[in-house]
Write a protein that binds this ligand. Structure first.
Ligand code: IMP
Ligand code: MG
Length: 177
């Protein structure tokens, strides 16, 4: 059990299982991108740990860029997405793989995708560590997802509760009392 600010969290996904799922997802991506040279766009802050582990399994040449978006405050979505730090390289004509920590309502990705398409990408796919299918409220085609979880708030492995808890190796779920 861990405590962050006013909430208690209990163990949910052990780091060993996360590692296995990331490796399995990487195999799929390796098969699909063999011989290609895509740009990975990792979404800060949450995806930093997943991105770091994922790229260590990738066997094709690729570049990685980091973009900072924000849509969350505390445990509720604000429904708005801000691009805080933009792309620094030209993605026109490139295959792009977005690397996300978690797809919740899908709002972040739904609003971000058109920005990439406007820049003339050749293709764009989403690779997410986690998704909550029960909370998705926009049409999103998610080609690569390591794990699906119920509608619960989690922390660890890059994910935060009010900016705390990103450092945990395993994932923890909020304990409702
Ligand atoms: P969406 O726009 O509703 O899909 O939310 C996406 C973003 O919200 C993710 O990239 C996370 O940063 C954050 N988020 C969603 N669910 C959780 C959670 O359970 N714990 C921590 N952050 C979350
Ligand atoms: Mg995120």
């Amino acid at each position: 059990m861990i405590k962050i600010k006013d909430k208690q969290f209990e163990p949910f996904i052990h780091h060993g299982q996360i590692a296995e799922k990331v490796a399995t997802l990487a195999e799929k991506i390796n098969a699909d991108y063999k011989g290609k040279n895509p740009i990975l766009i990792a979404i800060l802050n949450g995806a930093f740990m997943f991105a770091a582990d994922l790229v260590r399994h990738l066997t094709f040449d690729h570049e990685i860029q980091f973009v900072k978006l924000s849509s969350y405050q505390g445990m509720d979505t604000t429904g708005k997405v801000k691009e805080l730090i933009g792309l620094t390289s030209d993605i026109k004509g490139r295959d792009v793989i977005i690397v996300e920590d978690i797809i919740d309502t899908g709002t972040t990705m739904y609003n971000f995708l058109p920005q990439l398409k406007e820049k003339g990408v050749k293709s764009v796919e989403i690779a997410t560590l986690l998704m909550k299918p029960g909370k998705l409220k926009v049409p999103l085609d998610i080609k690569y997802c390591a794990m699906e979880i119920p509608n619960e708030f989690i922390v660890g492995y890059g994910l935060d509760y009010d900016d705390i808890g990103r450092n945990y190796k395993s994932i923890y779920v909020v304990k409702e009392n």
